[in-house]
Design a protein around this ligand. Structure first.
Ligand SMILES: Nc1nc2c(ncn2[C@@H]2O[C@H](COP(=O)(O)OP(=O)(O)OP(=O)(O)O)[C@@H](O)[C@H]2O)c(=O)[nH]1
Ligand SMILES: [Mg+2]
Ligand SMILES: [Zn+2]
Length: 296
């Protein structure tokens, strides 16, 4: 009889499946590998006497899929940031747009609470409170503030996203997932790390004791945002979108010199964060440049 389960890991043709509160080994036929079978995929499988193993017969339709980490059916993404290595806010904004397109619920985790300044937390909150479901501040090293993360991940498929050495693997270690070694432990937070040397390689979903599936990741591959239209871009800047919709000018660029523009007014009234707005314009300009370059 067929069982249904969720892929935790694919290594060659060997898969680990989570189903009915148990883990199963199974083999994946070549044609399903070619369909890109990966962690997070729901599959049908059953025991096959001829190979003395479980065999996967079908991948069920996907809700979404991201390339790096290579995971399907992602509910939540946690963008992990800390004061060191310094966050690149332009990249964070682009990740937020990508997550919006894939309909993945965004969260921000400010990690290493034990060594960061209150001002840093304030800077993040000012910019992102209106853009993510929740901003969670925690210290994996001291086991402080983990509960909101546990609540948000319970029963869901989540990915940890963020540059190297921000503390993603440490967080999973703090949850008791022992299989993950803290890859960067040996690497000091230095130039090399800040450039983004990634040390966690494979996409795997880890099952926590409280029933969450979480992928620790080597990075995040963004979609080609430059192919978006300007209004699509605005749609995924959720803190700007509502004002843009109310703007009285059709085809408004919402640039600072547009008198009477609703976005500009919200900016002046402090309802839109200036730094977020500046990066919105920067990304919009990148889109316009790209369109000109390719004559679209
Ligand atoms: N002080 C302090 N240090 C932390 C905390 N969490 C992680 N670290 C340190 O930060 C460094 C990087 O942590 P990792 O968990 O390996 O970072 P990562 O995000 O998994 O890095 P990659 O696997 O390279 O992407 C390690 O030296 C950790 O000990 C924390 O809460 N407080
Ligand atoms: Mg890691
Ligand atoms: Zn406008």
């Amino acid at each position: 009889m067929n069982k249904t389960g969720c892929i935790l890991r694919v290594v060659g043709a060997n898969c680990l499946i989570y189903a009915y509160n148990k883990e199963y080994d199974a083999l994946c036929p070549k044609q399903l590998k070619l369909q890109g079978l990966c962690a997070g995929d729901y599959v049908e499988f059953c025991y096959d006497d001829s190979i003395n193993n479980n065999l996967i017969s079908k991948i069920l339709p996907r809700k979404n899929h991201i390339d790096r980490p290579n995971v399907s059916n992602v509910d939540n993404a946690f963008i992990v940031i800390s004061e060191r290595p310094q966050p690149d806010f332009y990249i964070i904004d682009k990740i937020l747009v990508s997550l919006g397109i894939e309909k993945i619920t965004p969260y921000i985790i400010i990690s290493k609470l034990d060594i960061i300044n209150d001002e840093f937390i304030e800077i993040i909150k000012k910019q992102y409170s209106n853009c993510v479901k929740e901003i969670i501040v925690l210290s994996a090293l001291n086991n402080v503030g983990l509960e909101p993360f546990v609540n948000a991940t319970k029963g869901k498929v989540s990915v940890l996203v963020g540059q190297s050495a921000v503390g993603k693997s440490s967080l999973l270690n703090a949850l008791g997932i022992k299989k993950i070694k803290t890859d960067s432990l040996a690497l000091k937070v230095g130039k090399k790390v800040e450039r983004g040397k990634n040390t966690t390689k494979n996409s795997q979903l880890y099952l926590t004791s409280y029933g969450a599936l979480i992928a620790d990741t080597p990075g995040f591959k963004m979609l080609d945002l430059e192919d978006l239209t300007e209004s699509e871009l605005t749609h995924y800047f959720v803190d700007i979108k509502d004002y843009a919709i109310k703007c009285r000018y059709a085809d408004c660029s919402h640039l600072p010199n547009n008198e009477g523009c609703e976005v500009v007014r919200a900016l002046q009234e402090g309802k839109i964060n200036q730094s977020r707005y500046d990066r919105y314009i920067r990304l919009k300009n990148a889109i316009i440049r790209n369109r000109k370059k390719y004559g679209k």
